[in-house]
Each structure stands twice: as C-alpha cells, then as structure tokens.
Design a protein around this ligand. Structure first.
Ligand SMILES: [Zn+2]
Length: 254
C-alpha cells in the first residue's frame, strides 16, 4: 500500500507535526532535530537512555533472539498486510519480513539493525510510551509480547489508542494464584533470571482496566500459546509449549 508514514512523524515530546525533510526534520517548538540514519529514523538518541533501555540494548546486541516458529508471525502479518500498520517493539522484524509495508518501532537500535537485514523497510527507533506519530496515523497497531516489558504499559496502550483505530495485543499473562507474583519475583531474583529488564506479566483485570482507561472496547479476547520459558531463560527447565501463556486481545477505539 502506498502511503508515506514520514508525513505523519511527530515530535515525541510535544506531538507537533515535524517540518518536512527527507532525512532531517525538527520540532517547530524546541527545534530538536530528528534524522534518518542508515535507513532508521532516530527518535531516541536525543534522550538519555534509561537503565532498562541500556539493559535491553545489551541483550539485543549479544545475539539474535531468534524467531518463534509457531505461526504467530504469519498470523500477525496477515492482519498487518493491506492496513496502515505500526508494529510496536518490532524486535528483529519478523512481522515486517512478511508484511514489508508495516512500520516497525523498537527501542533497541541493535534489534532494528537486525530487522533491516531481515527485510523491514520502515523502521523507527523510538519509545512505545511516546510514539513519534500524529494522532490517527495508522489503521492498526500491533504489540506482540512487549507490554509486560514496558515500564508504563498504561501509557503505551493510550499511545496505541491515540495513533490507531484498532489494536492487537499479545500480552504475557500473570497466573491468577495467590502470591504467584511474589513467588515468581523471588524465584527470578534467586536464579538471577534476566529475560528482560522489565518483566511484569499482567492479570486480565489489570489489562482490562488499562484498556477501559484508554477508551478501548474489547471486541475479542482469547489466549495465545507462546511457549512458556521461551528461549529457556531458566536453562534447567524445558520450554513448555502447551500453556496458555498469553492473552490475545483485539480492541477498537470507542
Ligand atoms: Zn516538540
């Protein structure tokens, strides 16, 4: 589909439209400059990196995270194709490899460089809590497996609602058992598990509350069976493939 997302780029701080330029644009208010370098729009290097960003970057730089081959990417790419789609936390670009018009955003530059090699064309180095796009830029935003890794997931959901009519989210779920969260946190601490800098799986009621606050209507809710212990973060345990590890929701702005 031919459309230029570049015309919809906005200053992530004040959300004003940026003056047009092919490789360099600037905020009319603060005159902060944003540029495209090696095919990736940079909306992040002007800020000081947060500790979780530094940690995420170093994990991505270590090596490829690999591709889950359970059909997830094919399914999500099928939603993306033919729509103006933004893939938030696109990582190594597996949706974009199958749906190249999709705009991929991530806060790891190492991941974006890998995404480019994997065939992604439209890449933005940016923060999910401050999307550098004007309101209603996209038909659809996809956030697959990263809301639980964002420091402020409510802000990230509100941003998805701001820039798109429809949203698809795959969210790692917290198991609804007494003390489960404390036990898991203790377990992670003792075993020094560092799968992601922020790892806060959500209960469905927590997710629903944030969706309501963002004025989104849930039109579909179900489960998504990403393997639990994917990538064997706990290396002495296997991957558990038949666990309803994630929620899958499709929402639309009311
Ligand atoms: Zn600005």
């Amino acid at each position: 589909m031919k459309y230029s997302y570049v015309r919809s780029l906005a200053c992530p701080s004040c959300l004003q439209s940026l003056s047009k330029g092919v490789h360099k644009i600037s905020c009319p208010q603060t005159h902060a400059k944003f540029q495209k370098k090696s095919g990736i729009w940079d909306f992040l290097s002007f800020r000081r990196a947060s500790p979780s960003q530094i940690e995420n970057e170093s994990q991505h730089a270590k090596g490829p995270w690999g591709r889950i081959s359970d059909g997830s990417y094919e399914i999500l790419a099928a939603f993306a194709r033919g729509n103006k789609t933004l893939d938030i936390a696109c990582g190594e670009g597996w949706i974009e490899a199958l749906a190249p018009e999709t705009v991929g955003l991530d806060f790891s530059l190492s991941a974006l460089k890998k995404a480019k090699k994997n065939g992604a064309k439209n890449l933005v180095w940016g923060n999910a809590e401050h999307l550098p796009f004007l309101d209603n830029t996209f038909d659809l935003t996809i956030n697959s497996g990263s809301l639980e890794n964002i420091e402020n997931p409510k802000k990230a959901i509100m941003e998805m609602a701001r820039v798109s009519k429809m949203q698809i989210m795959v969210v790692h779920r917290e198991f609804n058992l007494p003390f489960f969260r404390s036990v898991r946190n203790l377990f992670s601490f003792i075993l020094k598990i560092k799968h992601q800098p922020v790892e806060k799986p959500l209960l469905f009621r927590e997710l629903t509350k944030m969706l309501v606050q963002a004025n989104l209507k849930v039109v579909y809710k179900g489960h998504w069976t990403l393997p639990l212990n994917y990538g064997r973060a706990i290396n002495f345990l296997p991957e558990f493939s038949k666990v309803n590890s994630c929620f899958f929701v499709i929402t639309i702005r009311q």
